[in-house]
Design a protein around this ligand. Sequence first.
Ligand code: ZN
Length: 350
Amino acid sequence: MAKIARVELDYPFDAEQPEVGDFIEVADGICWLRMPLPFDLDHINLWLVEDGDGWAIVDSGLGNNKSKDIWRKICARIGAVPGGGRPVTRVFATHFHPDHMGLAGWHCEEHEVELWTTRTEWMMARSLYLDTEGANRREMAEFYLRNGVPRPWYERTLQMGNTYREIVEEPPARFHRVEDGDEFELGGRSWRVIVGGGHAPEHAAYYCEEINTLISGDHVLPRISPNISLWASEPDADPLGDYLDSLEKFKALPADTLVLPSHVQPFRGLRERSAELQDHHRERLDAIAEAMVGKSLTGYEAIPIMYGRQYDEFQLGLAMGECLAHLARLQEEGVLTVDEDSAGVRRYVG
Ligand SMILES: [Zn+2]
């Protein structure tokens, strides 16, 4: 995720933010809950939405004991415990990433409720969790090799276990499907599903016109840009193209929509922010195109063009994915071509 923030956004809760593990009300019937993450990005925002007598949970945090302990305390406070009178009614997920889906299955089982999400996000979560090869390890290692990563990293990638399963509790074996444009009732109000691609294949944001509020997930974030990566599972995809296109849907919502994002804090200025994210990627695409003129580089070799430096192994996966997403977009636009040598290594040619 890169830090970008040139347009001025309005942060109505700048002075009042929940501590990690705590929540505050941000809109009529919606509470903002902060959960810890053990990464550079140290928190995720989750949402509790009043739903009849009880509460719907939107995204669930990482599948670990710390998050479970916090949830147990939160559920006791909101009455979502036996005899508490305010049960959890359903669990929504914006997408399959561990910080969003991590405790979805746990909640569904604890509270005997259904998971609401898109079919692709549910299937991604189920298949990664159940992958006996270890969350696509072999495919990922070979994908790295094809894109020019040094051989020792290939070997180490092969040996990694299922890292998804380490931080996600088993996603439920059945779910309730939502699709782009669906309207459903939540808390006596109508909410609409807005699907976006690029960050995750079928990421669901949820918009309520009556209170002019958007739960944007990771699709539109303030201050940081969501990771847009090409992944081994779909090497011929154009995730950046998907992402840039789907931002148009968010530019069509009212300018003063209250946006509830999964990281940082709620804001207003959705149209400006969506346009800024598009401009940010366009500038990067143009800079890469210019730097690639007359060159023939693997995805790995192109990383310093995009970031000004090579990455260590820990960060390589995300940097590589983002770099390849930009190269794939430029290939789609006809700016770059791709050559493959006899060993199957791909080179982007400017
Ligand atoms: Zn995500």
